[in-house]
Design a protein around this ligand. Structure first.
Ligand code: IVH
Length: 710
């Protein structure tokens, strides 16, 4: 259909147009033919090849640009323009049928201001009504394929695609296979003889994944998204194939309701809520459970935001919310344009995908020396934030996705998720792309000394094993002051970086040796702000031990692990005596962390840092916050306990659980803080040590069970 050369040229133009649209440098009328060609090409990529080269939003932006040009130059509208697609989804295989009521589109809004404008417009249209308070219903905007269902005499008699809105394709036989579409519905209970409903055909996201996995196995082309799979599924020649797509139907509107004489019965319902409730009661899957009514846009808006946040957790694809005036009599009064009703508006969620160019790869070093490649991309707006850097994670990620310098890439940012590269778009390649050469030497290091990167066994990351440039201590400091660690308010990343550049900080203990006199004279500081900083730094000296442990940035030691270990000790230096086995015996501490912990506390450099911190006044002892909550009323309440040797009556885990249930706290090392040592067979060094400490009560297993049963 398109030669490679043509495709290349079309893709070049696409990129050029998109960049200009983003810069608000709108294409001119003389480019309209090219714009049409571009759109036709992307329709082909999307619908025929199932392999879109641009995001949906980008397609929309191009389409809107064309609409805009055509609006101001109607003579440039040609019958083959993508905007003039009649019966958009008609292929000739189905009979054409006319909807009782046109199936219109919705106009779009993107923020609260747009919604308020919409409300004001509605008020203007209704100015004869006097002082008017309009309630609005908000519900999900399902991102599927819209269908109309016609019931007569309680039976489903016809189902049709939206088509051009006036007429669509008769897909009754296919829709009859959908379990969520009831074939018989007691409309007559409401006196209704004929009813036309609108709804959306959707495929659950997890089912869609399965569908594609299956297709991959069968060597079939994959579907680009659930919407395409649903739209295609509804148009199968064999209804059996439709049934296999797992399509579900959600209804959200009654378009027409009349009695046998053709009298309008929609007037029987006073609100949208009522119609939805009725649909729900009639056995349809409807937007009823998810719709809410509000009395102003200000009150409604948080509901839209809530759904935007929940979007990633919702089992079906939704691309926004629909806001509808709740009173149906108002619908009648304001009517519709040829394109959309005036009583409803779509609120579109922010785009989560966009394409961009990978301009450069830079590298970052982490606090333990991990080298992370970072893609610098042409800035794009994603879900409301401008993105110019995206992590490439590691070398393996780059290889597996075949990402090259200069590639056009599809970037996604969903919900709170950090932006990531979904894939490259090799069709955009010319001869300028280059392979990304992962460096052999530390790329962050700016000294003359060379440091070879190493790769640990079973790890994907390359690491700089021996930092000579100071960047690793810098990352350690940034982590140390961060909110979840020592939480030094006012001393954030950028300030640590600045003090590091000014040579006021080289390693963690320096954070407690800042020269506030000098700081008060620095740009952007004064007496007051320097004192505030000092206060925040001083305050951090009293943080619980778990925060200090976490702040040390030991590989694999998270917040939970830090709390568990801190709960076991009185002083951080006890850990110099701990063996890997001691860590391993703790519930929820795995062997990898156990290994890292014992290595960290055997390394003299680390101990020196801790000693310095202690001398500078930083708390190294456990605080009440470090103690796990204890059961107050057990026979061992407030006591610490340790099991050693091989136990006969129960496994060690079970015995520890029983002790906990009796109110005791399991700890893993013998010290004066230990109350009970329970000894099994072949008890060794722990027993000896406990005898030496002298204050530890030594129990046999039987004695232990007697106590807890008491
Ligand atoms: S109401 C008269 N409600 O969005 C128009 N539409 O962009 C009534 N859609 O063509 C539309 N969820 O296919 C409405 N809860 C919902 C919807 C919804 C999805 C679709 C529908 C429409 C398109 C407009």
């Amino acid at each position: 259909m398109y030669s490679e050369k043509e495709q290349k040229a079309l893709l070049d133009s696409t990129e050029n147009f998109l960049e200009r649209i983003q810069r608000k440098d709108a294409p001119e009328i003389k480019e309209i033919d090219r714009l049409k060609e571009i759109l036709r090409y992307h329709e082909w990529k999307y619908y025929v090849k199932n392999d879109p080269a641009i995001s949906d939003r980008e397609y929309d932006a191009l389409f809107k640009t064309l609409e805009f040009l055509e609006e101001s130059h109607p003579d440039a509208i040609t019958p083959d323009s993508p905007t003039q697609r009649i019966s958009g989804d008609s292929s000739g295989d189905f009979a054409t049928v006319r909807h009782l009521e046109p199936m219109l589109s919705l106009s779009n809004s993107y923020n609260l201001e747009d919604l308020k404008n919409f409300h004001d417009q509605l008020l203007r249209k209704l100015k004869d009504e006097g002082d008017l308070q309009i309630d609005y219903a908000a519900e999900p905007k399902y991102d599927g394929s819209s269908i109309s269902l016609l019931y007569e005499n309680d039976l489903l008699v016809r189902a049709a695609t939206r088509g051009n809105g006036i007429q669509g394709d008769d897909i009754t036989q296919n829709v009859r296979t959908l379990r969520t579409v009831p074939l018989r519905v007691p409309f007559s209970k409401y006196g209704i003889y004929r009813a036309e409903l609108r709804g959306e055909a959707l495929i659950r996201l997890d089912f869609f994944e399965e569908l594609n996995t299956q297709r991959e196995k069968e060597g079939k082309a994959l579907f680009a998204n659930p919407r395409n799979a649903a739209a295609g599924g509804l148009r199968m020649k064999d209804p059996g194939e439709t049934a296999g797509r797992g399509i579900e139907m959600f209804v959200y509107q009654i378009g027409h309701a009349s009695d046998a004489d053709g009298n309008d019965l929609l007037t029987r319902f006073s609100t949208h809520t009522e119609t939805l409730k009725t649909l729900d009661q009639l056995g349809f899957r409807s937007s009823y459970p998810d719709h809410r009514v509000f009395s102003s846009m200000d009150e409604l808006f948080p509901y839209l935001e809530e759904w935007e946040m929940r979007r990633s957790d919702y089992p079906y694809e939704i691309d926004g919310m629909v806001v509808k005036a709740n009173r149906l009599d108002l619908h009648k009064k304001v009517g519709s344009t040829s394109h959309h009703p005036r009583w409803a508006i779509a609120f579109k969620f922010k785009a989560r995908q966009a394409t961009s160019r990978l301009k450069e790869v830079t590298y970052q070093v982490g606090k333990i020396g991990t080298i992370t490649p970072v893609a610098k991309i042409q800035p794009v707006s994603l879900a409301g934030v401008t993105i110019s850097s995206v992590s490439l994670h590691n070398e393996e990620f780059i290889r597996s996705k075949d990402i090259r310098l200069g590639d056009r890439v599809l970037v996604e940012r969903a919900g709170d998720v950090i932006p990531y590269i979904v894939k490259t778009l090799p069709e955009f390649r010319d001869s300028s792309q280059k392979a990304i050469q992962f460096p052999a030497l530390c790329p962050v290091n700016d000294t003359d000394q060379e440091v070879k990167l190493v790769k640990m066994q079973d790890e994907a990351a390359w690491r700089c094993p021996d930092c000579v440039c100071g960047m690793q201590p810098l990352q350690k400091m940034i982590f140390f002051v961060s909110k979840d660690a020592m939480d030094i308010a006012g001393l954030g990343k950028s300030l640590v970086e600045r003090f590091f550049r000014e040579k006021m900080l080289t390693d963690i203990p320096d954070l407690y040796r800042l020269d506030y006199e000098a700081i008060s004279k620095m740009d952007g500081f004064g007496e007051k702000s320097a004192q505030n900083l000092k206060k925040a730094v001083e305050e951090s000296k009293d943080r619980p031990l778990k925060r200090l442990l976490y702040g040390l940035g030991i590989h694999h030691l998270g917040k939970r692990g830090s709390a568990i270990i801190a709960g076991q000790i009185e002083d951080v230096f006890e850990l110099t005596q701990w063996t890997e086995e001691d860590y391993n015996s703790l519930k929820d501490i795995g062997p990898v962390l156990a290994k890292n912990m014992s290595a960290f506390f055997r390394d003299e450099k680390n101990l020196a840092v801790l000693r310095e911190l202690q001398q500078l006044g930083v708390n190294t002892r456990s605080t009440p916050e470090d103690k796990p909550a204890e059961k107050m009323d057990g026979p061992l309440s407030g006591k610490t306990i340790l099991f050693t040797g091989s136990l006969q009556k129960a496994s060690r885990k079970e015995a520890q659980k029983a002790a906990e249930a009796a109110g005791a706290r399991n700890i893993s090392a013998v010290s004066s803080n230990l109350n009970y040592l329970v000894v099994g067979e072949k008890a060794g060094s722990k027993l000896k040590k406990a005898e030496k400490v002298g204050t530890v009560e030594i129990l046999t297993e039987d004695e232990f069970y007697k106590i807890i049963e008491s």
